[in-house]
Design a protein around this ligand. Structure first.
Ligand code: PRP
Length: 182
C-alpha cells in the first residue's frame, strides 16, 4: 500500500502537504459534473496544456460522460525560479478546433498570463467557443484580464508542487499538493 508523505524534499527545498488526494478528487468531481451538465448537447474538445495539466486532465477526462475530443498544446512560461510570469512560449498544438467548443485544461492559473495568451492564440483557429477549466487558482496573483470558467480549488499565493505541478521538473508525480515550507 502506498503511504502518503506529509513532507517531501525536492532538490534543495522542503514541502509540506496542502491538499490531500481525497480533496483533489472532490474538486475533480465538481468540475466534471459542471462540464457534463453545461456541455450535455455539445461535443467539446479538451485542450490539455502540457506539461502541468497532464495528471488533472487524466482524472477529469475519465469522468466526462459526454462525447468529446482530446488535444494537447505546449505552454511554457519563463519566470525566474519559483516566480511565474515573464513570457509564455506556446507551441505544438494538435488537432483542428475550427468551429468547435474548446475547453482549455490547466493545472494552475497563477498570474493568468498563460491562459490569457492561450486564449488569444486559440482564437486564431476560429473555435466556436473557449472556456477554461483549472485545477488550482491563485486569485490574489491574477494580473491579467482572464475569465476562468471552472475552478477546482483556490489557494493562497504560495509555491506549490504535486499533482502535475513541478519544482525544477520534479514533483509532478506526487498524488497530493504540497506547499513550500518556510
Ligand atoms: C505553469 C502552469 C500554467 C502556468 C500558470 O506552467 O502549468 O500553465 O504555469 O502560470 P501563469 O498563470 O502565471 O501563467 P509552466 O510554464 O511552469 O510549464 P509546465 O506546465 O510545463 O510546468
Amino acid at each position: 500500500m502506498l503511504v502518503l508523505k506529509n513532507e517531501v524534499v525536492l532538490n534543495d527545498k522542503k514541502f509540506k502537504i496542502l491538499i490531500y488526494p481525497e480533496q483533489i478528487q472532490e474538486a475533480v468531481d465538481k468540475i466534471a459534473k459542471q462540464i457534463n451538465h453545461d456541455y450535455k448537447d455539445k461535443k467539446p474538445v479538451f485542450i490539455v496544456t502540457l506539461k502541468g495539466a497532464i495528471i488533472f486532465a487524466v482524472d477529469l477526462l475519465k469522468k466526462i460522460q459526454i462525447d468529446c475530443e482530446i488535444e494537447t498544446i505546449r505552454a511554457k512560461s519563463y519566470g525566474s525560479g519559483m516566480v511565474s510570469g515573464g513570457s509564455v512560449l506556446i507551441s505544438q498544438m494538435t488537432g483542428n478546433i475550427a468551429g468547435k467548443d474548446v475547453i482549455i485544461v490547466e493545472d494552475i492559473v497563477d498570474t493568468g498570463l498563460t491562459v490569457f495568451q492561450l486564449r488569444r492564440e486559440l482564437e486564431l483557429y476560429k473555435p466556436n467557443s473557449i472556456r477554461v477549466a483549472t485545477f488550482l487558482l491563485k486569485p490574489s496573483m491574477i494580473s491579467n484580464p482572464v475569465e476562468i470558467d471552472y475552478v477546482g480549488i483556490e489557494i493562497p499565493p504560495d509555491f506549490v508542487v504535486g499533482y502535475g505541478l513541478d519544482y525544477a521538473e520534479l514533483g509532478r508525480n506526487l498524488p497530493a499538493v504540497y506547499v513550500l515550507k518556510e
